[in-house]
Design a binder for this molecule. Structure first.
Ligand SMILES: [Zn+2]
Length: 370
């Protein structure tokens, strides 16, 4: 191999970039693609890069899309590694934040470049077309859609299948994949609870959004614990709550940010309805004069792996890496690309990162990205 993949990985790890700001990362990718003699399109969906390569063996092969995400997270790295990130970035709110490849996208880029080098070297041994997609902003759940909106499905051969992978805290040397639902659907919501502000000494003259928010957060906990059949799966997380600036001033509104997960569209509609019912009911219980404002920040469909493709990949991986390599991880962007395109199939696998994984347990496959 001419690409030093370890050095490439360390370089990417040292220089993480926030979502839709992956310009350096895209530059590293295009440099390597050029060195492989591949033409590419850059700037897709802001910073995305895509390239295609056709095998020269006899026969018609499928169009296979391979996808890797590129962005880091606003997390301060505390691994103590010699190549730990010290990078900072500016988030969408204009705040200076530390940045880390805490989700493993540095490894995804490295793996896809390594795969492309092998595909180029063995071009006369396979037929069909491989399209490699380096996608921005997985963490916003918006990068795949941005590339589609920028015409990636029209500028490259349309996929028969989209294959993706993600590091996960499985034992190193294992690959997790299952037929059917691999990753849950996910929505990110912002809820603005509108009250009436005033002085803290005169609470009776206000409609206190802090109390409204507190009650809402607690009642939302009962969606999964009291309302969903225990045999079904759903997650309702309030990951952010903000209201007020000072102890003696009751603010006019409170803001909640929710992360919701479910296995399919039916469960999605069900949970969303329950969340909205509770938000509106708690506002009413507080005597709010205005309805809460609920907005969807992102919405990702479930990743449902094609059964035949999963079986073929499992057999190939066990053949290549040894029997027992492939495990069922329990239960994404590939889904979005396959859903928004003529692709009939998607398959996403998880690659074990071993102990000391940089991914948090909240990113277990049963709960989906981002
Ligand atoms: Zn990720």
């Amino acid at each position: 191999m001419s690409i030093d993949l370890e050095a490439l990985y360390i370089d990417l790890h040292r220089h993480p970039e926030l979502s839709f700001q992956e310009t350096r990362t895209a530059g590293v990718i295009t440099r390597e693609l050029a060195a492989l003699g591949l033409e590419y399109v850059e700037g897709l969906g802001t910073t995305g890069v895509a390239t295609s390569i056709t095998g020269t063996a006899a026969g018609d092969g499928p169009v296979v899309w391979l996808r890797a995400d590129m962005d880091g997270l606003p997390v301060a790295e505390q691994t103590g590694l010699a190549y730990a990130s010290t990078a900072h970035g500016i988030d969408p709110a204009g705040t200076d934040v530390p940045v880390m490849h805490a989700c493993g996208h540095d490894m995804h880029v490295t793996a896809l470049l390594g795969a492309l080098e092998r595909l180029v070297a063995t071009r006369d041994e396979w037929s069909g077309t491989v399209v490699a997609v380096f996608q921005p902003a997985e963490e916003y759940g918006a990068g795949a859609q941005a590339m589609i909106a920028d015409g990636v499905l029209d500028r490259f051969p349309k996929p028969d299948i989209v294959l993706g992978q993600h590091l996960t805290p499985l034992p190193a040397g294992t690959i997790g994949v299952r037929p059917g639902t691999q990753m849950a659907a996910s929505d990110g919501l912002t809820v603005r609870l509108l009250g009436r502000g005033g002085h803290g000494s005169r609470p009776h003259a206000t409609i206190d959004p802090v109390v409204m928010a507190a009650a809402t957060v607690m009642r939302l906990q009962t969606v999964v614990s009291r309302e969903i059949d225990p045999r079904e799966m759903a997650v309702v997380t309030v990951g952010s709550i903000h209201a007020g600036l000072k102890n003696n001033i009751i603010p006019a509104e409170a803001k909640l940010e929710l992360s919701l997960r479910y296995p399919d569209d039916a469960a999605r509609a069900d949970v969303l309805a329950r969340v909205e019912r509770i938000v509106r009911a708690e506002a009413a219980a507080s005597g709010a004069e205005e309805q809460p404002v609920i907005t969807t920040d992102h919405s990702l469909p479930p990743t449902i792996n094609d059964h035949e493709a999963t079986a073929r990949l499992t057999a190939a991986w066990n053949r290549a890496f040894g029997e027992g390599t492939v495990v069922d991880p329990g239960s994404s962007p590939e889904a979005k690309m396959s859903r928004g395109s003529p692709a009939r199939r998607a398959c996403r696998s998880c690659t074990g990162s071993g102990a000391g994984s940089t991914r948090s347990s909240s990113r277990m496959p049963s709960r989906a990205a981002p």
